[in-house]
Write a protein of this length. Structure first.
Length: 183
């Protein structure tokens, strides 16, 4: 059915031009076993990330249960854990958002690329100290004056050196978590 309204035709022309910009991101995920996640509504993606981490940890022999409150996402071997999930942004970074000063011991940050995955296990005290100093973790809202939430951006090709002791690969993150839980 042809569009008769001149303004709608112009909007459709603009839309077609924008589609090309966004298609590049879709193409890099083509054939990925994780591509379906990118097509889910944003409100579901965090939940999917939590379930991915839970099942991965259970498969590694950890005992994982839901947190009894909203101050953490899961209990892992009885320890309070926050789970943050990001798919790779077109700019080549993961953004782990909504980091807060809540009642958890570590945050597991799982990043999924089209054919790779990366993971870091960050103690809450490290997150809070770096956020206060603006050293690797930035306020998410309100610029440097923001105090409610923070986010961590990680360039997949060149993660900051301070992240190295906390994982990077799934294997190293599982080792970090095991060491942390046995302190």
């Amino acid at each position: 059915m042809p569009i008769r309204d001149v303004e709608i035709r112009e909007l459709a022309r603009i839309s077609a031009g924008l589609q090309a910009e966004y298609s590049e991101d879709e193409q890099q995920w083509e054939g990925s076993p994780f591509a379906w996640i990118k097509r889910r509504p944003s409100r579901q993606i965090g939940t999917i990330g939590e379930k991915l981490v839970e099942e991965w940890l259970v498969g590694k022999g950890f005992e994982v249960t839901r947190s009894p409150d909203s101050e953490a996402d899961r209990l892992v071997n009885g320890h309070r854990v926050e789970i943050k999930f990001s798919t790779l942004w077109q700019s080549g970074v993961y953004k782990f958002q909504q980091l807060r000063d809540q009642h958890y011991e570590v945050a597991i940050c799982l990043g999924i690329s089209p054919f790779e995955a990366h993971c870091w296990v960050l103690p809450k005290d490290e997150i809070m100290a770096r956020w206060r100093r603006g050293a690797g973790i930035q306020s998410q809202h309100g610029g440097s004056d923001g105090t409610d939430t923070a986010w961590l951006s990680i360039n997949v090709e060149a993660p900051e050196a301070w992240l190295q002791p906390f994982g990077g690969s799934l294997t190293s993150a599982a080792q970090v978590l095991t060491r942390y839980l046995h302190r």
